[in-house]
Design a protein around this ligand. Sequence first.
Ligand SMILES: [Ca+2]
Length: 502
Amino acid sequence: MIAAAVLGTASTALAAGPAQATGESTLTADPLSTWQTDGIVWSLAYAKGIVYVGGRFDHIRPPGAAPGTGEVARENFAAFDAKTGQPLSCAPAFSGGTETIRAMKPSPDGSLLYIGGSFGKAGPVGRSNTAALNTADCTIDGDFKPTVSSTVRALDVTDDAVYLGGQFDTVQGQTRERVAALRPDGTLLPFKATIRGSSISNDPTPGVNALTVVPQLNKVIIGGRFTSVNGSVLTVHALAGLDATTGKVVNNFTGWIPQRSAVKALVNDGTNFYVGAEGTGGGVFDGRIAGRLSDGSQIWKDTCLGATQAVLPYKGVLYSGSHAHNCSDTPGGFTDIGNRQHFLAQSISDKTILPWFPDTNDGIGEQIGPRALTMADGILWAGGEFTTVNDAPQQGLTRFAAGPDTGAPQVPLMSGSSTSRGRVTLNWKASWDRDNGSLTYRIYRDGAYLTSLAKESRYWNRPDMSYTDTVEPGSQHRYSLEVTDGTNVSGRNGPVYVTARN
Ligand SMILES: [Ca+2]
């Protein structure tokens, strides 16, 4: 006999608006097998089929290798085949200074990789906190060798100019406070802006942490720790748009970044720009902003707590690395659940948090998980401080692709009872999946397929579900349940045996 379906009782609505409201699809949350580092990855870049990894580490080791095993020496710089993920022989050591790479960006044609950080030597040659690598033969470029007085933390490149941001005061012996531009041959350009002040009490040194160039608007957007640009004390805080030739302020973004907050990440996709921020203390801004390049207007801002270190737009989705622990005001988000979610995917059109929840641990260093993202031939590479990915050991690097989705949801426990004549009610709590918001629950009676129910769930919100079957009064039946994300199917639970009341 055919059972009448009675859909779930007392299911809880998800915390905030519908996920995938605008239908974006994400990558999978299943990490690809990836080499590891024995230290912190601060920067990632992609050019011509190669992913470049920079930071503060001494070795790389194979996927699955425990710390200290299978190590290959790589001093703060490594290169990998973007498709296979295998390490390449291109491996100039970056040493001296505080021995760290903090920013990398290829030239528009991919022939040069610009590298910034704190170092005195790049491969065999002396360099002053910045260098360029010829990607064709992995040699350190002989032309680009400016003297930069302190750490370089941000880089962007056009056909004619290399923009640097950081904590320096001089470049090529000329005053350039925190931002500068050079020709690819190393000639200092007149571009000049004076960046001063910091409202971060535990880190009072002003600095530019991030910058993105918009060649079609002849503009550079800079972000970091600062309270004035060119003396504009009251209107500029941590984010500004500059004329790319003169350094004159062209966008103030007044009120976008509150006190005690600093911009950590900036990127543009030719239409919009995206900001990631880190605050210290109460009332700060830790989230992401999407802005419009054409008029400098704000599209949206999320107020998640848990500082954002990297942002990356791809196919309508803004991927980010953070340690978000409270996104209660953001559609699709979560309240403070005692968890730190280290990767997020959001709809670029309306900031909805999409069901994509791969995760890392906090890891080493400042213990904030991921610090860098890059997209390489459709594969998202992430680097940072973490030592686990999706609860399995994996240090420094990981990768996510569009497919295949290989993670099956766990099947929940189910109970069954009969409280009225000929009726059997099954109860369970919804499962969850790292990259599918809606799961389908298939019920089997006496080994035969009976019916399916679909339900939205997240790891912090697993609604109670139930199904009532109609059977012959007094008959006994065997029920079991399986869950699918549409690709992968869990094992079947149970069975539970229930005798229908007479
Ligand atoms: Ca899945």
